[in-house]
Structures are given as C-alpha cells and as structure tokens.
Design a protein around this ligand. Structure first.
Ligand code: ATP
Length: 296
C-alpha cells in the first residue's frame, strides 16, 4: 500500500442553497442548508484512502462539535488521524452560498487550520516514513514550507496543489517535485493563459507539472519533454466539486505504486470522472474497486 502523508486543511462546509444570493445588506430566504465535511487537505486524504492508499492526515481541528465530526469522518474513510491535533477554539469553516445557477460565493474562516504554523517531531517523522507528501495552501505557508523541506530531505516525493492560489516563494517551490494547479491557478502563477505556455513557465521552478483542465482532461509536462494532453473520459457531470482533490488523491496512490505517469493519469482521470457524476465532494469520491473497473 502506498503510504501517503497529507499536510493540509480540514473544514466544515456550511452550505446554503438559495434561488438568488443576497446583495450587500440584503437578507433572502434560502431553500436548504447542509453541513459537509471538507477542506482541501481532508478531501485529498479521503480520496487517497478510498483509492487504496494508507493515509495519515497532519493538521488541526477545533475543540467544537465540528472538530469531532470532521475527525470521525476522516477515520470512517480509513484515514489515520493521530496527527490531526485538536486546537482550542473553532474548527475551520467554509460558508458557502449556492444559487440556482450553480454559482457560489464562499467565505473561508481558517479557525484551527490557522494554528498549524510549525511542525513537531511526530509530524516530521510521519512525513519521513511516507512515500509521498500531499500539500495545498489552506494552512499557514510556514508549515507547508517546513513540511516540503522535511519531505525532500528524506527523499519523500512532494506534490503541491497551489490552492487558494497565491505567489509561491522559492523556499517552497525548491522542495516541490510535482505541481498540480488547475487551469486558472496555472494562469495566475505563470502569467500565461494558454496551458502549454503556462506549463513551460512553471517548469522553470519545478521538475513536473500537471495542469488539470476540467472536462478537457489534464496536461502533463516534465522538464526536457513535450507536454502531453491526457483527455478526460466523456461523462455526464452533475457536480464537479471535489474533482481536483479526487484527481490528486488517486494520482498519488498510483504514482506511489510505481505506475508509469500515463497509467497513473488514467487512474486519476477515472477517479475524477466518477466523482463528477455524483453530487457532493468527499461523499462522491470513488473507491479503488470502482476506479479499477473503470480505468483503462
Ligand atoms: P474542483 O475545484 O471542482 O474540485 P479543480 O478546478 O481543482 O476542480 P478541474 O480541472 O476542474 O479541477 O478537474 C480536475 C480533474 O477532474 C480534471 O483534470 C478531469 O480529470 C476531471 N474532471 C473535471 N470535470 C470533469 C468532467 N466534466 N468530465 C470528466 N472529468 C472531469
């Protein structure tokens, strides 16, 4: 089994569904409310565990009821939460308003995620004993940099999802093996809207890049080679939430198993295509048997 450490966020998504989002100073009556476990770190951890990885989650939840629910959800998915600390105060929350066009507006309050500014010996040891480390940018940058550096110094492969997108310091990029932005993040980080051009710029800083392109698939590029487009399976998408995290979690498992890049991308694409055909984020992430049945 691929051993994967995830250094990242855990949030409770508080989702309000309404015909029309309120304007400034306005109150509207919505239709439905749901609490959904989320956070990019936790989502990638669940995706990787379901895809067949042995996953340890590094981060923090609050000492509120959401914290206990978030921990339970991860454990239920088979994720090891020994290094998911319980911090004093609220868990991270994402306040999401979804209107009838499917458009959303989101306020994220980091809560406990914000206290993860540095790593302790237990976290460093867990990273060192993993084959891959998955990171995103919903924890304080200081912790992400420390994790990436610790991983690299132990020969652990590092994968970064640069979301929410922000300028990335060299002290982080110097320790990243594979960067996985979506199309918008790639454009923002490189200053190039066209994915091939964006990939060439990003390869100046990291050895491998995969730009995910939604229904169009994913563009893989490595230093010294031509970028290759891997098309996504044609499916009827009902909800693309969590597609990117499903893709990365499954990709990590396949790479850790030593599959060649093309096979690992096929596995990740199948996983993400299954995810988009079902509603929800973590709830829609597929299990290994489903992915295997689908992957070519
Ligand atoms: P999200 O924020 O919705 O989780 P993202 O913006 O991080 O997603 P995308 O590039 O939209 O990432 O999607 C990630 C991967 O999911 C794609 O590379 C593709 O493999 C798969 N995918 C997304 N949308 C579709 C779709 N409509 N049909 C098939 N596969 C899809």
């Amino acid at each position: 089994m691929t051993r994967i450490a995830v250094l990242g966020s855990t949030n409770m998504d508080l989702v309000a569904y309404t015909a029309r989002a309120p304007g400034r100073g306005e109150t509207v009556t919505g239709r439905e409310f749901r609490t959904v476990p989320g956070g990019k770190g936790a989502n990638q951890a669940v995706a990787a565990a379901r895809a067949g990885g042995e996953v340890a989650m590094i981060g923090a939840v609050g000492d509120d009821p959401y914290g206990a629910q978030l921990r339970d959800g991860l454990e239920h998915a088979g994720v090891d939460t020994d290094l998911l600390h319980t911090a004093e105060g609220p868990s991270g929350t994402a306040h999401i308003v979804v209107d009838d066009t499917g458009a959303n507006s989101i306020v994220v309050i980091p809560g406990a995620n914000g206290v993860v500014t540095a790593l302790g010996p237990g976290e460093i040891a867990a990273i060192a004993s993993a084959e891959l480390l998955l990171m995103q940018l919903e924890l304080p940058l200081s912790a992400v940099v420390e994790g990436a550096r610790a991983a690299r110094s132990q020969g652990v492969r590092t994968i970064l999802t640069p979301s929410p997108v922000q300028p990335l310091p060299d002290e982080l990029l110097d320790h990243i093996d594979l960067l996985v932005p979506n199309e918008h993040e790639a454009a923002e980080l490189s200053g190039q809207a066209e994915p091939h051009a964006a990939a060439q710029i990003l390869l100046r800083q990291v050895p491998e890049v995969i730009i995910t392109l939604g229904a169009k698939g994913a563009l893989y590029a490595a230093r010294g080679g031509e970028p290759v487009l891997f098309e996504a399976p044609e499916v009827r998408a009902v909800d693309t939430t969590g597609a990117g995290d499903t893709f990365v979690g499954a990709l990590a498992v396949a790479l850790g198993e030593g599959r060649p890049v093309a096979k690992a991308l096929a596995f990740a694409s199948s996983a993400a295509a299954l995810c988009v055909q079902r509603p929800g984020a973590s709830t829609s992430m597929p299990y290994r048997t489903e992915i295997e049945a689908d992957a070519v």
